[in-house]
Design a protein around this ligand. Structure first.
Ligand code: HEC
Length: 242
């Protein structure tokens, strides 16, 4: 990258590097905001309500293990669709891990009480089909190990590079040395905390707190760094000092 001479500050950089760094920081800043918006739209809606909450993170990584979609439908919104003893039979079947040997008993019940709405035309899940019923009967275990592995390494590599360059540029800012070191190092620490907490949340939902803290921590640190860099590259207070 640039040869950083002793004592080079952002305000003293040539126009070339200021334009280059500004372009980079603006793109990264926008990217971080998009990432935040995306988290709100995907994980944020996991519990069915807008906004990011602990439950969203728990549902995304740990899953909703209180039961399957089919069971929660049969005890909730769909409760009134079939007589009580039919609901009971269906719930028993779900709790027995939806054995297909019993399909000749279960299939006709679903056909009789559910097919009027749950059919190909309505767009609702076709619960009368074996594979649909089976998958709705599965307990939701959250993110799989393979998904977590994939997302973890993409995040570590990708975000690691972002923080390297943001920190590199910020290293040339005029800033209290102690706080400079804190700001440059915390995003890396929080990134590791964040990703470790996904894995821990998969097994123990209480760790969802650390996902929140981690994400908040590195967003805050990078916002301060990006803001400081942009200000010191362009505001006369820093550029006209020399
Ligand atoms: C009168 C029409 C009607 C009948 C009969 C009906 N459903 Fe539904 N069902 C719906 C509608 C509409 C929704 C989606 C609405 C919602 O989620 O608020 C739904 C949603 C569901 C869902 C949630 C799907 C998902 O992906 O989350 C399940 C599971 C379900 N129904 C199962 C059943 C079963 C089992 C029966 C039969 C015992 C049944 N339904 C009978 C109208 C019906």
């Amino acid at each position: 990258m640039v040869e950083i001479k002793e004592g080079t500050t952002l305000g003293k950089l040539s126009l070339t590097y200021r334009v280059l760094f500004t372009g980079f920081l603006l793109v990264i800043g926008t990217g971080l905001m998009m990432a935040g918006a995306q988290i709100m739209l995907t994980h944020g809606m996991a519990d069915g309500k807008a906004g990011l909450s602990m439950n969203d993170i728990v549902y995304s990584y740990y899953g909703n293990r209180t039961g399957s979609k089919l069971e929660s439908a049969l005890t909730g919104k769909m409760k009134s669709k079939a007589p009580e003893d039919v609901n009971f039979t269906l719930i028993q079947w779900v709790r027995d891990d939806a054995p297909m040997e019993q399909w000749n008993k279960i299939g006709p019940l679903l056909e009789k009480y559910c097919a009027s709405c749950h059919n190909a035309e309505s767009g609702l899940p076709e619960v009368t089909k074996q594979e649909v019923a089976k998958s709705l009967a599965e307990i939701d275990h959250g993110a799989s190990i393979s998904t977590l592995t994939r997302v973890s390494h993409i995040h570590l590599f990708g975000i690691g590079f972002i923080f390297l360059f943001v920190g590199w540029i910020f290293g040339m800012a005029e800033f209290d040395q102690f706080w400079k070191l804190i700001l440059i190092s915390t995003p890396f620490a929080f990134l590791v905390l964040d990703i470790a907490s996904w894995w821990l949340t998969k097994f123990w939902p209480i760790w969802a707190w650390f996902t929140m803290i981690g994400g908040f921590g590195y967003s805050l640190a990078s916002t301060i760094m990006i803001g400081t860099c942009l200000a010191q590259m362009w505001l006369p207070r820093w550029t006209q000092k020399y």
